[in-house]
Design a binder for this molecule. Structure first.
Ligand code: 5AD
Ligand code: SF4
Length: 441
């Protein structure tokens, strides 16, 4: 039996694709291994969203090439594969095949071809209709939490972003399939699903099938209600696109307790001028109206965002607007990125004129705003009772369990491992760095 080691970089969509790739390989007679040293095949599921992510691939292939071990088959999947195609064979020696973002279902076929002696194979083709969508239980990233893709690709073409090129146009999966998948996961013991997509709230399936009984102002809020009606314990969703974030999503959260109280709504910048250059399709005013609706909910919805600092032409005033917006929104936390020029995007043609030193300065300044707000958002939980899904034993301390609250905060507490997979009430007693600590009540 050939052994396959699979390493994943990047977003949840890649994690989810990797689970599918591993499941397909497993059902075709390969063994998935966690041991890179003895693997016959090493696969990299790659990310190209920033330069540094892309470089990880070249570093890792170089490490394998220069190691003493017998040369394994090396395959590249994901966004770098899709964008670079056959050029990867000359860019990084040692790669045997390249499989694009929609071709992942054909993984076994391509690996077998390499073993039959074919060289430098590339498949960037479209997905086959019969592509197996399900993840085998052994290949889930968690025994209790599952990622369910509902929309793939992106049509938004924000000027800095490579994703519309690496993942192609938006394609919504049929609602009846999604609902049946959530039902199947629930029946198999999964407690929490994350509906995932580059822009989940741009969900627009070809038909209503599966959602006929459900009201809602947008197909996405109808889907949320339909998924909630399966009765699965918890539903989270990422990422939301501000322009398409209809307030009815908040209404749905208010109506269904199993729709979790967490919204990730990337703003990217607090300056209208920069948002326009980014072609985001929202203004600060339109964004803040949505934030106000989220904050008006009785559910105490936790709010997170993505921010890019140092976009071409960003002045100190533009950056200060981002700081002000951050302080107004009081995000629970944020992913802050330094702008990274991506070849092929419109922003790549603009001058990357904020110096690396200034990008670092702005990054650190924004972090100084982020950290105390993160602390506040955690401290606010102290004394409260949160519902926590017990996901794993703590790596550091035995008899310590760890999980997430409905508002997606990490909570650690003492307890028996029999509790794994259960949802328990934890009284929060303390917050330290990024984590809450508490006692089961
Ligand atoms: N440079 C820096 N950050 C980027 N992102 C996307 N493209 C770039 C880029 N070229 C960030 C955005 C997005 C997140 C997933 O990655 O903030 O929301
Ligand atoms: Fe990239 Fe914008 Fe699409 Fe998000 S919405 S994936 S930032 S192009």
């Amino acid at each position: 039996m050939k052994k396959v080691y699979l390493e994943t970089f990047g977003c949840q969509m890649n994690v989810s694709d990797s689970e599918r790739v591993a499941s397909v390989l497993e059902s075709d007679g390969f063994e998935i291994t966690q041991n890179e040293a003895t693997a016959d095949v090493i696969l990299f599921n790659t990310c190209s969203v920033r330069e540094r992510a892309e470089h990880k691939l070249y570093t890792r292939v170089g490490q394998i090439r220069n190691s003493e071990r017998e040369k394994p088959v090396i395959g590249v999947l994901g966004c770098v594969a899709q964008l670079e195609g056959e050029t990867l064979f000359s860019k990084s020696k040692g790669i045997d095949f390249v499989l694009g973002t929609k071709a992942v279902g054909r993984i076994s076929k391509i690996v077998n071809k390499v073993f039959e002696g074919e060289e430098n194979i590339s498949d960037l083709g479209e997905r086959e209709e019969f592509y197996n969508w399900s993840v085998s239980p052994t290949q889930q990233h968690s025994p209790f939490v599952s990622f369910v893709p509902i929309i793939e690709g992106c049509n938004k073409f924000c000027t800095y972003c490579i994703v519309p090129f690496s993942r192609g146009r938006e394609k919504s999966l049929p609602a009846d399939l999604i609902i049946a998948e959530v039902q199947r996961l629930k029946d198999s013991g999964i407690r929490e699903v994350h509906l995932i997509g580059q822009n989940v709230n741009s969900y627009r399936p070809k038909s209503d099938q599966g959602m006929e009984k459900f009201n809602g102002a947008t197909p996405f809020s109808r889907l949320l209600r339909a998924v909630a009606a399966t009765g699965i314990d918890r539903i989270k969703f990422t990422t939301s696109f501000p322009r398409d974030f209809h307030e009815d999503i908040v209404d749905a959260i208010n109506e269904f307790e199993n729709l979790c109280n967490w919204v990730h709504l990337p703003v990217q910048s607090g300056s209208n001028r920069i948002l326009k250059l980014m072609r985001r399709g929202h203004t600060i005013d339109s964004y803040l109206r949505k934030i106000d609706k989220i904050k008006s909910s009785a559910r105490d919805i936790s709010l997170t965002t993505d921010i890019i600092i140092g976009f071409p032409g960003e002045t100190v005033e533009d950056f200060e607007d981002t700081v002000k917006l951050y302080e107004y929104c009081k995000y629970d936390t944020a992913y802050i990125f330094k702008y990274s020029p991506r070849p092929g995007t419109p922003a790549f043609e603009m001058s990357d004129d904020v110096s690396p030193g200034e990008k670092t300065r702005r990054f650190l300044e924004l972090e100084k705003v982020q950290k105390p707000l993160l602390r506040d958002s955690l401290n606010k939980c102290v004394g409260k009772i949160l519902e926590v899904l017990v996901e794993k034993e703590s790596v550091k301390i035995s008899s310590e369990l760890s999980g997430h609250s409905t508002c997606h905060k990490v909570v650690n507490f003492s307890g028996d491992k029999e509790l794994l997979g259960k949802i328990v009430n934890v009284k929060i007693t303390e917050s330290k760095s990024n984590t809450l600590f508490g006692e089961i009540v």
